[in-house]
Design a binder for this molecule. Sequence first.
Ligand SMILES: C[S@@+](CC[C@H](N)C(=O)[O-])C[C@H]1O[C@@H](n2cnc3c(N)ncnc32)[C@H](O)[C@@H]1O
Length: 203
Amino acid sequence: MAKRCAPATERNREAILAVLHSHLPNQGTVLEIASGTGQHAVFFAQHLTPRYWLPTDIDATNLASIAVWREEADVANLLPPRQLDVCDPTWPIDSDLPAPITAIVNINMLHISPWACCEALFAGAAEILIGGAVVMLYGPYKRDGLHTAPSNAAFDEQLRSQDPEWGVRDLEAVVDVAVEQGFACQKVYEMPANNLSVIFERG
Ligand SMILES: C[S@@+](CC[C@H](N)C(=O)[O-])C[C@H]1O[C@@H](n2cnc3c(N)ncnc32)[C@H](O)[C@@H]1O
């Protein structure tokens, strides 16, 4: 069965949607990097019209799942999923989109991928976004070098034991990468379950 389920998406989606409502430009296409199952994509597309939502992922199994969720939901502004590895030097974003990309959303990827993915995310965002466009990140982060909760520290250890290149990132290090690429950190929200939403704006 191609359709996958991630129960966490149903727990965090309302809180994330409130942040997106406050910060996404009113028009354009939202590029979601690392869409996972596709559940977020369906929900956010339904609630964020008239914007288009473009789901992507590196993983073929996830792309198949997104396609099934999309077909079942039948949401007009949810575009077909595309394969995108954030580390590819060129992203599959061309002029065939119905509206230009005005925002990038990336949920729960930076800790489950090597640090190079963070650098590639902002380098790619700088290539395709114009001034005023937004990047929104969501996930667990350390602040000033410290975990924000014991559960995040345990999660970090578990991630690193799975892959030494993974791990909960320092928010300040992520902001440094963003600033180098011309993005300003506009707002940080404390979210349920010790996660953060971080909003960047292209200068
Ligand atoms: C924990 S899942 C989060 C999925 C979804 N955003 C969510 O919140 O349910 C991490 C996702 O990152 C994707 N991913 C990992 N490395 C990636 C890369 N280099 N480029 C794009 N996506 C990547 C995985 O395929 C997976 O879908």
